[in-house]
Design a protein. Structure first.
Length: 157
């Protein structure tokens, strides 16, 4: 009687065994991240950044952080944080390198990334488009000092 009572009170704990014809388990869209991908979202990068709750961060803490794609594969590391003449902030990273050697510098707009722990997620630029970003020239902007505070979006799993 006690077993029957216990089984009736906990229906969510007792599960039937999986069947071979069951559908695939559901996974979050967008690889490891839960945010909408740019193909499904018609808003601009700036609007998406505002929705990602931008927080203050010290510029020096961003240097050296890895830039990861939606599958947590490293695209590069932040070498500089630069303010463009139009006021926009760009993260400079080396792209197309082979085991950390060679490659060219590219500028990634800060609106397209979000910080999660000790790495940056590149959310609005697909991995296949990363090598085709325009090359970065040092004359394009002014390097921001390490102690300056800027805002960057935050990410979650």
């Amino acid at each position: 009687m006690a077993v029957l009572f216990l089984a009736a009170m906990t229906p969510g704990l007792i599960r039937s065994p999986a069947h071979a014809d069951d559908a695939k388990p559901k996974r979050a869209e967008g690889g490891a991240h839960t945010q909408m991908q740019p193909e499904t979202d018609s808003s601009t990068s700036e609007e998406r950044m505002k929705r990602r709750f931008p927080q203050k961060v010290r510029v020096g803490d961003l240097r050296g952080l890895p830039l990861l794609d939606e599958d947590d594969r490293t695209l590069g590391h932040v070498t500089e944080v630069v303010r463009m003449p139009n006021g926009r902030i760009v993260l400079v990273s080396r792209c197309d390198d082979w085991f950390g050697h060679g490659g060219h510098l590219v500028g990634i707009p800060i609106e397209t990334v979000a910080i999660l722990a000790r790495h940056l997620n590149v959310l609005d630029i697909p991995r296949k488009d990363f090598p085709s970003l325009p090359s970065w020239q040092e004359a394009d902007g002014a390097v921001i000092a390490d102690d300056d505070i800027i805002r960057i979006a935050i990410s979650r799993r």
